[in-house]
Design a protein around this ligand. Structure first.
Ligand code: KIV
Length: 300
């Protein structure tokens, strides 16, 4: 079985390369596929509120929901590091609440690290978690949990004062012990500045080519989510169209009785000795023992 990607390895990749390839994942099957494709990190992002739950933003996602999806992804990821987003209001209130929530994510969600949005106001929160042995990834620039105060999903850090604040926040997050930082929705030049200012890897999304790695939402890069189409999304497949096309053919074949054919049906000749008929289902892969994380949904 492949060796798990670890936090020390992720930190070292800033110097040694290759660049970090990060994708979001929300379930075991997708995690298994993205892991097989070589993704280094799978992020159970609170973007699941939009692409899985159908909300207009990430704010309604709960700690229980993140933990539920975390357990599923942890079962599917044999090599990729699994990091979980701290949901809105699970950490903002106090360092104690943050530590409590992060602890639950590690114990109940199968996560190997946590990510939180924001800089200077949350340094003590980060310190507490890191002291407790919980690796923390930061997130600066466009902060989806602050969608209302930003007035929408808007590029951040265009003015020099705001850009300096982002550089300073990244340095302070590093000092507080964060092992990496996501840079979302900022000009490429600013992302390059941040990347050169810190010794921890920067992971960009809508932040240009000079970060130490990149992250995309899996439903975006596979062409399955069209409600929002930011400029920075590159579709590496058009699975949305493929799903619609497959569904149309399925509907047509049912209506024309072309499906199910004989090859998908069980024999009609009665057997002399009635045995329970086999379905023909066989395991296609070894049971995937999680390399890390709880084996069941039962948190006890
Ligand atoms: O929630 C999420 O998926 C994220 C990534 C877009 C970085 O935070």
């Amino acid at each position: 079985m492949a060796q798990k990607v670890t936090v020390p390895e992720l930190r070292a990749r800033k110097r040694s390369g290759p660049k970090l390839a990060v994708l979001t994942a929300y379930d075991a099957t997708m995690a298994r596929l993205l892991d097989a494709g070589g993704a280094d990190v799978l992020l159970v992002g609170d973007s699941l509120g939009m692409v899985v739950q159908g909300h207009p933003n990430t704010l309604p996602v709960t700690l229980d929901e993140i933990c539920y999806h975390g357990r599923a992804v942890a079962r599917g990821a044999t090599r990729a590091h699994v990091v979980g987003d701290m949901p809105f209001m699970s950490f903002q209130v106090s360092p104690e609440r943050a530590l409590d929530a992060a602890g639950r994510m590690i114990k109940e969600g199968g996560f190997e690290s946590v990510k939180l949005e924001g800089g200077a106001p949350y340094l003590e929160h980060v310190r507490r978690m890191v002291t407790a042995g919980i690796p923390v990834m930061g997130h600066l620039g466009l902060l989806p949990q602050s969608v209302h105060s930003m007035g929408g999903f808007r590029v951040q850090g265009r003015e020099e004062a705001a850009a300096e604040r982002i550089v300073s926040d990244a340095r302070q997050l590093e000092e507080a012990g964060a092992y990496a930082v996501v840079l979302e929705g900022i000009p490429s030049e600013l992302a390059r500045r941040v990347t050169e200012s810190v010794a921890i890897p920067t992971i960009g999304i809508g932040a240009g080519p000079d970060c130490d790695g990149q992250v995309l939402v899996c439903y975006d890069f596979l062409g399955m989510y069209s409600d929002v189409r930011p400029k920075f999304v590159k579709r590496f497949a058009e699975l949305g169209d493929a799903v619609i096309d497959a569904t149309r053919r399925y509907v047509a074949e049912i209506r024309s009785s072309a499906f199910p054919g004989a090859e998908h049906s069980f024999g009609g000749t009665p057997k002399p000795k009635p045995l329970p008929e086999e379905t023909g289902a066989k395991p296609v892969a070894e049971p995937n023992k999680p390399a890390y994380g709880p084996a069941s949904d039962d948190p006890s």
